[in-house]
Design a protein around this ligand. Structure first.
Ligand SMILES: [Zn+2]
Length: 241
């Protein structure tokens, strides 16, 4: 049953503005198409990036949110490049979870190159736990998400499942390209950033790879810690031979 009022069904939490666009933007589009309410919580504001100011990234993030059809997007003020699993940070995220009351939370995978990414996984998980404690803040009712899944596109790990994003691959690319300060071809950081045309090729190739694993064209990968539960063997998707 879809959520009502300001509550949402699915909340994607990530360290940086544009992480969600890269790892699970197609999935948010697919869930929106199913009639679900989606949201994004960026933990930082991007003030340490090589390119663009935090203000530029805020307006780009708002544009990307519009393209992804999310119902809400907000950013916390955790320092960019210093996402740490502290009680203070857990409280900030828990307050958002209690207000938005998502059933599903998408976190980054817990291993990776960028410390902000893997730190966000544990920080986000512990914030979800904290959000369910009644005594945390008597003025807001407790809420613990039913399901936590990890967007694993950045990580070299076999996903538990993938989401078919075939109809949304172009829209997801548009959402990423909303970050003009990051992805338009320019001199600043040219050795560090890949040209726009290569981003398209990488994004498409990765989505195609995960799609092939499940017999669809384009997909995004996720890991869940829990086991899968099946009620009807006749309805298990993905052909074996
Ligand atoms: Zn990032």
């Amino acid at each position: 049953m879809p959520a009502t009022n300001s509550e949402i069904d699915i909340l994607a939490i990530a360290a940086h503005r544009d992480d969600v666009e890269q790892t699970c933007g197609g999935t948010l589009l697919a869930m929106h198409a199913l009639g679900l309410k989606t949201g994004i919580l960026d933990l930082t504001q991007g003030e340490s990036g090589t390119r663009g100011s935090a203000a530029e990234r805020a307006s780009e993030a708002a544009e990307a949110a519009r393209i992804l059809h999310v119902d809400t997007r907000e950013a916390l003020d955790i320092p960019d490049g210093r996402v740490e699993n502290t009680h203070e940070n857990r409280l900030k995220i828990a307050a958002v979870i209690r207000r938005l009351r998502p059933r599903v939370v998408i976190l980054p995978y817990w291993q990776g190159r960028h410390p902000d990414h893997y730190n966000s996984a544990t920080l986000g998980y512990e914030a979800c736990f904290l959000a369910g404690l009644a005594k945390l803040d008597p003025s807001t009712p407790p809420h613990r998400p039913f399901k936590i899944i990890y967007a694993s596109l950045y990580a070299d790990v076999r996903p538990s499942f993938v989401v078919d994003i075939t109809p949304y691959i172009e829209t997801r690319f548009e959402a990423l390209m909303a970050y003009r300060s990051q992805y338009s071809n320019q001199a600043s950081g040219a050795g560090l950033f890949v040209p726009q045309e290569e981003i398209r090729e990488r994004m498409t190739a990765t989505a195609r790879h995960y799609g092939l694993l499940a017999g669809v064209r384009y997909a995004e990968p996720f890991v869940q810690k829990e086991i899968g539960l099946v009620a009807d063997l006749m309805l298990i998707p993905v052909q074996s031979i």
